[in-house]
Design a protein around this ligand. Structure first.
Ligand code: HEM
Length: 185
């Protein structure tokens, strides 16, 4: 067996492991290999009670945003002036169903759907829940899309704006806004 040969080669002693010890060693090696093959790293931020975490996995990023509201929660990636030029993902849960939109900041105080601005909706998958007054949404995007209305999630620092509302409507204004900076791997 591979372990025994290696062990004997290194230690010069006869390999004599119990089944349990062999199982533990196998699991440790498997976990190590899986970690290398599926390396992922999570960075997160929080502002005024609204949090967002970003888990980078190869060319995709899984984002979870959460806020103590019964309406929408949103993030905006890399704005230039207040809401302008931010890549927004905004979502709410109504009667157990998740509604989510890929938007763009078309002015410092407004946003509109990518699809209405000549872009595309680029949310690959999503899920969410509203429980005990907290709305939590998880979705997956590509690090880089072909849509000019999306901001690439390249390695390095990004300004993130967050907002939340108690209204289940994409056009209702926020009751809370915040911002933070993340550094993606
Ligand atoms: C339909 C939805 C939205 C409307 C109508 C709206 C409207 C506005 C308005 C009118 C302002 C100017 C300042 C004020 O009056 O408070 C503002 C500021 C701002 N909004 Fe929005 N907004 C919306 C969604 C969002 C979303 C989804 C985000 C972030 C994820 C966001 C982030 C911000 C930020 C960071 C500011 C600047 C706050 C400051 O510098 O004081 N907004 N918004």
């Amino acid at each position: 067996m591979y372990f025994s040969n290696l062990y004997e080669y290194i230690t010069g002693k006869e390999f004599n492991m119990t089944r349990i010890q062999r199982a533990i060693l196998s699991l440790a090696l498997l976990a190590g290999t899986t970690g290398v093959l599926f390396a992922q790293e999570t960075v997160s931020g929080n502002s005024r009670g609204i949090s967002a975490s970003f888990t980078v996995q190869k060319d995709r990023v899984e984002i979870t945003m959460s806020a103590p509201v019964q309406g929408w929660v949103a993030i905006g990636i890399d704005p230039t002036d207040k809401m302008k030029d931010a890549d927004f993902k905004i979502a709410y849960v109504k009667d157990g169903t998740v509604y989510i939109r890929d938007d763009f900041g078309n002015s410092p105080i407004a946003h509109s759907e990518d699809v209405k601005l000549g872009g595309t909706s680029d949310i690959l998958s999503y899920s969410g829940k509203e429980e005990k007054g907290i709305t939590t949404i998880t979705f997956v995007v590509s690090r880089q899309t072909t849509d000019s209305k999306d901001k690439p999630l390249t390695p390095g620092t990004h300004k993130i704006i967050v907002a939340a509302s108690d209204s289940d409507s994409f056009t209702a204004k926020h009751k809370t806004v915040g911002s933070f900076t993340i550094t993606l791997p």
